[in-house]
Design a protein around this ligand. Structure first.
Ligand SMILES: [Zn+2]
Ligand SMILES: [Zn+2]
Ligand SMILES: [Zn+2]
Ligand SMILES: [Zn+2]
Ligand SMILES: [Zn+2]
Length: 180
């Protein structure tokens, strides 16, 4: 079982490795490390050394004349427009959307937009505010309101809704037909 499994893995690995027509065999380019068919290896290596270099920051092989471009788009630090901290471009979007302490988030109790860094300080007192529940005429803390509704009002509301739809819709439909 184990031997068979290992054999399968090796087959998969070799068949999925990078484009190399295996008729002539292949070798690794000593510049970029890719497997190249022996017939093309010399030519490739020449071309590769001349035109490609590995990025010192991420190790990607990039065309020499695009090195500057690559650096600008992948590594040149950009400042977050909100908190002014600098990030590599690929990380900046995530930072601005999910991590920046200055991004705006909505308070789950009052929906008011606040800075993420202030949310905890705002939500604590905000959730402790009470609001009159119109269904039972009691004051309920906002942080408990969802649980309160589920516990005390969900079933009743459903019952009322079901009745009202059955009772109201039929005469309403009749009226519609008559009206036409
Ligand atoms: Zn190469
Ligand atoms: Zn790079
Ligand atoms: Zn930021
Ligand atoms: Zn709030
Ligand atoms: Zn209530």
């Amino acid at each position: 079982m184990v031997m068979k499994g290992m054999g399968d893995d090796q087959e998969e690995a070799s068949s999925s490795s990078i484009a190399c027509s295996s008729t002539s065999g292949c070798g690794a380019c000593d510049h970029c490390g890719r497997q190249i068919s022996l017939a093309n290896l010399e030519l490739h290596a020449m071309h590769c050394k001349r035109y490609l270099e590995s990025c010192k920051l991420c190790g990607d092989m990039i065309p020499r004349r695009r090195a500057q471009e690559h650096y600008q788009s992948e590594h040149a630090p950009l400042k977050c427009s909100l908190c002014a901290e600098a990030f590599e471009p690929p990380l900046l979007a995530k930072h601005e959307k999910e991590q920046c302490p200055r991004r705006m988030v909505a308070c789950s109790f009052c929906s008011f937009p606040v800075h993420a860094v202030d949310l905890a300080g705002h939500a604590e007192p905000c959730g402790n505010r009470t609001e009159l529940c119109i269904a039972c005429n009691k004051y309920v803390r906002l942080r408990d309101k969802i649980a309160h509704d589920l516990q005390h009002h969900t079933r009743i509301n459903h019952g009322q809704l079901d009745h009202s739809t059955v009772d109201d819709v039929e005469p309403f439909l009749k009226k519609l037909k008559v009206g036409c």
